[in-house]
Design a protein around this ligand. Structure first.
Ligand SMILES: [Zn+2]
Ligand SMILES: [Zn+2]
Length: 257
């Protein structure tokens, strides 16, 4: 029997595994459906009433090799029209796929009696499977505009619940965050007050100033809204109602980025 040696979560490994799945699926747009990947491998996804358990994977030995069966909990679909459950199931399926790809060789054969993994190894496997699911459902390439930095927007686009979206954003690479913030339009929010602006001797490149202006907009404004369509930042100076003043798309409140 194999003894797994996973001393700490292998985040890079999980990320690469997730990328390889996405490449095989053709880097699809979110929300990302993992069922075709299971189908291609001849693995089974089975939705069962499993009580409190979200998911579980079983390895079945067959004459020609192994087959994995991922069991996903059906859950209570009466709440919020089942959307929360559907999103949880999507994340759980990603989590189980992470176990198969990264820990498949340690998974039990269905006929064997379960052996207890050392608790730190089991815990590290859980972290890895979660990180895999996060990276496969919210890969770097889905981050395109500043509104993707809002947990609610990211969760809606990727079809996951708020908790994993928040976690993903906390771990987003600083270079992606910065480049998304550059896409914010602050042209209706002058960096300087009018007086200061007149005194300013030369006009600086607004693009380079975006980060600075963005932080100032946040520190000086009680309300900051953003247009998901044209990325225009709205503060109390220019908010008239709940629509973008330029393109009339409903604006979204930003409580911090
Ligand atoms: Zn797990
Ligand atoms: Zn707009």
């Amino acid at each position: 029997m194999l003894t797994p040696q996973i001393l700490s979560p292998r985040f890079q490994y999980a990320k690469i595994a997730a990328q390889s799945v996405l490449v095989e699926l053709g880097n699809p747009e979110p929300p990302i459906d993992l069922h075709p990947y299971f189908k291609k491998r001849g693995w089974i996804v089975s939705y069962e009433d499993m009580g409190d358990v979200d998911g579980m994977t079983v390895k079945v030995l067959r004459p020609g090799g192994v087959r994995f069966v991922a069991y996903i909990s059906t859950g209570d679909t009466s709440v919020y029209g089942g959307e929360i459950i559907r999103r949880r199931q999507r994340f759980t399926l990603g989590h189980e796929l992470g176990h198969i790809l990264m820990h498949g060789k340690y998974l039990l054969d269905s006929e064997q009696i379960p052996f207890a993994l050392p608790s730190h190894v089991a815990a590290n496997m859980e972290v890895e499977a979660h990180w895999f699911s996060s990276m496969v459902l919210m890969p770097n390439y889905v981050f395109r505009g500043i509104t993707d930095l809002l947990p609610e927007q990211l969760a809606d686009r990727c079809g996951v619940n708020l908790t994993p979206a928040r976690k993903r954003l906390r771990n987003l690479s600083p270079s992606i965050r910065e480049s998304l913030i550059q896409s914010a339009r602050l042209d209706r929010w002058p960096k300087y007050d009018d007086e200061d602006y007149e005194r300013c001797e030369y006009i600086r490149d607004r693009r380079l100033d975006t980060w600075d202006s963005f932080e100032q907009a946040f520190s000086r404004s009680k309300m900051v809204y953003i247009c998901p369509s044209c990325s225009l930042i709205h503060t109390e100076r220019i908010i008239f109602g709940r629509l973008c003043i330029e393109c009339h798309t409903p604006i979204v409140k930003v409580s911090g980025i």
